[in-house]
Design a protein around this ligand. Structure first.
Ligand code: HEM
Ligand code: HEM
Length: 170
């Protein structure tokens, strides 16, 4: 049980944890105070969301090119498969949440920039889709939160049981 993920996977795992936490909280706060026109928050949310998307692509490459530790002997096959299923869905959300945010912005008629650097408009303005695109981004973001909580409870459960999986990612 001394196997670890590669340094790059470990670094990107914790970097993305911090960025996701930041963007999520910012998303909720900026919606709450929308009447005060918190556009600086919107810009930061969108730019950092784009960074998360690029990191997710890099992370997928790292995942498939570096060797992951093998399944811990102390964990049953069923539970291990479940944890891998959650990991798969987390990767899916790392891609879908930012794409839905980008689409929502363009469909509402707003451009996206990367801390001031203008980015292309991938989705033409379409106000018929305004409501659905907002809901899609919101539901996907909250599904991501649910998956994260599942991931976290699995880690805590195994840690309490003395299965030291935390060491593999730290
Ligand atoms: C990468 C991870 C991201 C997460 C976790 C995230 C999360 C969230 C959350 C929780 C909200 C509030 C939803 C609500 O309560 O209605 C939100 C709103 C929003 N997000 Fe994101 N987001 C991400 C990326 C992006 C990206 C890349 C963009 C655009 C390029 C974006 C654009 C927006 C916009 C424009 C809103 C406000 C929608 C409105 O005013 O109705 N997000 N986001
Ligand atoms: C307090 C927060 C977190 C803790 C304690 C935690 C803990 C862990 C641990 C212990 C592992 C290794 C599991 C194993 O050995 O099989 C792991 C892997 C993983 N975690 Fe987390 N995690 C956290 C947050 C997150 C977040 C926010 C995401 C998504 C953005 C995430 C996505 C993943 C993925 C995808 C893997 C598998 C690595 C790979 O195969 O590429 N984790 N995490």
């Amino acid at each position: 049980m001394n196997e670890k993920y590669s340094v790059s996977i470990r670094l990107i795992h914790w970097l993305m944890f911090v960025l996701f936490a930041l963007i999520f909280v910012l998303g909720v706060v900026m919606i709450e105070f929308k009447e005060t026109e918190p556009w600086a928050m919107y810009h930061f949310h969108k730019s950092t969301g784009v960074v998360v998307f690029l990191l997710a692509l890099l992370r997928l490459v790292l995942h498939f090119t570096s060797k992951s530790p093998s399944a811990p002997a102390e964990i049953s096959t069923g539970i291990y498969r479940l944890s891998q299923g959650v990991v798969f869905l987390l990767y899916l959300m790392m891609i879908l949440v930012p794409i839905s945010g980008y689409a929502l912005s363009n469909l509402h008629g707003y451009s996206v920039d990367l801390y001031g650097l203008p980015l292309p408009e991938f989705f033409p303005k379409n106000l018929n889709w305004e409501k659905y695109s907002s809901l899609a981004h919101e539901y996907l973001a909250y599904s991501f939160l649910g998956l994260f909580l599942l991931h976290l409870s699995g880690v805590i459960k195994h840690h309490i049981q003395g299965v030291e999986i935390l060491r593999r990612i730290t």
